[in-house]
Design a protein around this ligand. Structure first.
Ligand SMILES: NC(=O)CC[C@H](N)C(=O)O
Length: 382
């Protein structure tokens, strides 16, 4: 057993044992309430720059398998758990979570009172922190934490995006082509599109509008991703060009925040964010409530009721989180463009929001047949 320490920027200290790699790491400490799906959480590129603490007390029970990776590696910058599984138990498991964390150099800590830590973060807000299993000198760690950059203004897109364009082929008959800008895309997202007959061209975050237009796509998509949307200038300016060209658009999470910015709305940092797989969201266009997967620390500032003016005609908020009234979806009313702040690809998470991929298909269909666009009320039935 190797001693480890977790130090928060406000001086609070938790002591535990090394879990995964032995070392030292600094990041923004956030909590996730997912009872299951830790493998998908760990491999979600949106967690770059963050140390994730799990509110579920037992983590690692089903080990790690080769199928449920959402990207090529683990992206969290640290991992905090209460009581790691000593035995992995699943027919799908290939190795233990502790071994996987160690093999990928991810520094973690176990034996932490994660309920106390979560309550602290809920009261004081997500904040910087460090885990170390190489020193227990709290003062020197705290000095390194307070000197580290904060999440506000952070841009990690160069770390997470693809270097080269790659194509995910449509399953069955190809109906549409989509240019998907990879801001840290999760693997399930192109799969959800492909299974609806979409050929997905996944493109680097640095792609220019001309490169995107050259794909000749029926629609453009922007993915989830890490960091502060206020620092993602390039994506915002590219999306403005996409919207000026009236190409159908769908965005998820960071792709929702970029859309909000392209519509001249601001974004702001939530106190402790939404991370988990049980968040109630209402679709204001149908009144239906869905239980959804979330991972966001920022949100778009827009009025929940009525329309708001944008450079592309009127826009509206289409979805809202019922826990705290945070904006969870946006749409333009006079052209085919919409987005959600949460995760319809559902990896991990409930599948209630899968209808949003059908909405995107309907928008591209409508756009091609030239019928009237009605972004705010298309589609239905999950
Ligand atoms: N999953 C995401 O795309 C997160 C977007 C952004 N990094 C946030 O924390 O709000």
């Amino acid at each position: 057993m190797t001693e480890a320490v977790l130090v928060l920027e406000d001086g609070r200290v938790f002591r535990g044992e090394a879990y995964g790699a032995v070392g030292e790491t600094i990041g923004e400490i956030v909590f996730s309430t997912g009872m299951t799906g830790y493998q998908e959480t760990l491999t979600d590129p949106s967690y770059k720059g963050q140390i994730v603490t799990m509110t579920a007390p037992h983590i690692g029970n089903t080990g790690v398998n080769d199928e449920d990776f959402e990207s090529r590696r683990i992206w969290v910058d640290g991992y905090v758990v209460r009581d790691p599984a000593r035995v992995r138990s699943s027919w799908r498991s290939n190795r233990s979570l502790a071994d996987e964390l160690a093999a990928q150099g991810v520094v973690g800590i176990s034996g932490i009172d994660t309920r106390a830590l979560t309550r602290h973060l809920r009261e004081r807000g997500a904040m910087r922190g460090a885990i170390s299993s190489v020193t227990t000198d709290v003062d020197s760690l705290l000095a390194r934490v307070t000197a580290a950059p904060s999440m506000k203004g952070a841009n990690f897109l160069a770390d997470v995006t693809t270097d080269e364009v790659y194509v995910v082929p449509a399953v069955g008959e190809k109906r549409f082509t989509v240019a998907a800008i990879d801001l840290g895309i999760k693997g399930m997202t192109p799969r959800r599109m492909a299974e609806r007959g979409i050929e997905v061209h996944v493109m680097p975050a640095t792609s220019t509008f001309d490169e995107i237009a050259a794909v000749g796509a029926d629609g453009v998509f922007m993915s989830n991703g890490p960091g502060d949307p206020a620092a993602a200038e390039h994506a915002v300016s590219v999306l403005k060009q996409v919207l000026s060209a009236k190409i159908p658009y769908f965005g998820i999470c960071l792709g929702n925040q970029i859309f909000g910015r392209a519509l001249d709305r601001g974004t702001y940092k939530l106190v402790y964010g939404h991370r988990g797989i049980n968040q109630p969201v209402q679709d204001l266009t149908t009144g239906k409530v869905e239980i959804t997967a979330h991972n966001h620390g920022f949100a778009v500032d827009a009025p929940l009721e009525g329309e708001f003016a944008t450079p592309f005609g009127p826009g509206r908020v289409t979805h809202v989180c019922l826990n705290d009234d945070v904006v969870e979806g946006l749409a333009l009313l006079d052209q085919p463009a919409f987005s959600v702040q949460y995760h319809p690809e559902a990896a991990a998470g409930p599948h209630d929001a899968a209808y949003l991929f059908d909405r995107f298909v309907e928008l591209m269909q409508t756009d091609q047949t030239g019928s009237e666009v009605s972004t705010g009320s298309t589609g239905g039935g999950a």
